[in-house]
Design a protein. Structure first.
Length: 263
């Protein structure tokens, strides 16, 4: 198992008001400031709030967690009412942007072509695209892995043509597990992410890229899949900030071989 820090992140989607987002970020900052998994470099935190809360999150979490955006425009400037560009996102100090989430595809019509352009937009602005991949229905893990790899390679097609480089984060999120009562089984996650990681680590132009699991991820999961993923991507199960403390405890135990921290 790699000694690299685990990536542990949360997307707040549109669940919180701005005021609640600020409260939540302060609570997460307190946890990160005092947790040895963060101070010892065993875990790397990232938070993806709504656009309007990015500046406040950056200020509160400065030096403790990276901040990202939930989406970005395909273009950097122009007459695109309501859009937010990668240029603007990077200007605010963000380091990553989600691309291709199943909800963006289903609700807002993000096609494969749009995902390719958004991936390129992220990379040309120095952002790590957080590429969400996953099969629509439960299937054999080998078939699911092949589908995820296909989606990943397709998302990178334009960026490769334009010779972009940078770090990517691949989030394996089975569409059928998003918002479900429980994540995919540990066996499925291990099988799919194992193949995904092997493929991602072979991408010479995208060094230090990582694979995380999302899709109803929560406390306890990292312990059972931590040798085949580089981290976890959380949603509503991290609305209580103490869930992050539990997952940081897991990361510390997995990487240090010691007992979970009690803080």
């Amino acid at each position: 198992m790699s000694a690299s820090p685990y990536l542990i992140g949360v997307s707040l989607k549109m669940y919180f008001s701005h005021a609640r987002t600020i409260e939540w970020c302060h609570a997460v900052a307190d946890i990160a400031r005092n947790h040895p998994a963060v101070s010892d470099g065993e875990a790397e935190l990232f938070v993806i709030p709504s656009y309007l809360s990015i500046p406040a999150a950056r200020e509160i979490l400065d030096g403790l967690a990276s901040v990202g955006a939930q989406d970005l425009a395909t273009e950097d400037t122009g007459a695109y009412t309501g859009e937010v560009s990668g240029t603007q996102i990077a200007e605010l100090g963000c380091t990553l942007a989600e691309v291709g989430h199943a909800e963006r595809r289903r609700l807002f019509g993000d096609t494969d072509h749009v995902v390719r352009l958004k991936t390129d937009a992220a990379l040309r602005n120095g952002l790590s695209p957080m590429l969400c991949v996953g099969e629509s229905t439960p299937q054999d893990p080998a078939d699911a892995a092949a589908e995820c790899i296909r989606q990943l390679d397709d998302a990178l097609a334009v960026a490769r043509e334009r010779r972009r480089t940078g770090r990517i984060v691949v989030a394996y999120e089975p569409v059928w597990a998003i918002g479900a009562d429980k994540p995919a089984s540990s066996d499925v996650i291990r099988a799919v992410c194992g193949q995904l990681r092997e493929h991602v680590h072979s991408l010479a132009d995208f060094s230090e890229s990582r694979v995380v699991y999302g899709g109803s991820a929560g406390p306890g999961l990292l312990t059972s899949v931590g040798d085949t993923v580089d981290g976890v991507f959380l949603g509503r199960l991290a609305h209580d900030p103490t869930a992050l403390r539990t997952i940081l405890d897991e990361a510390r135990k997995l990487l240090s071989g010691g007992a979970p921290s009690i803080i």
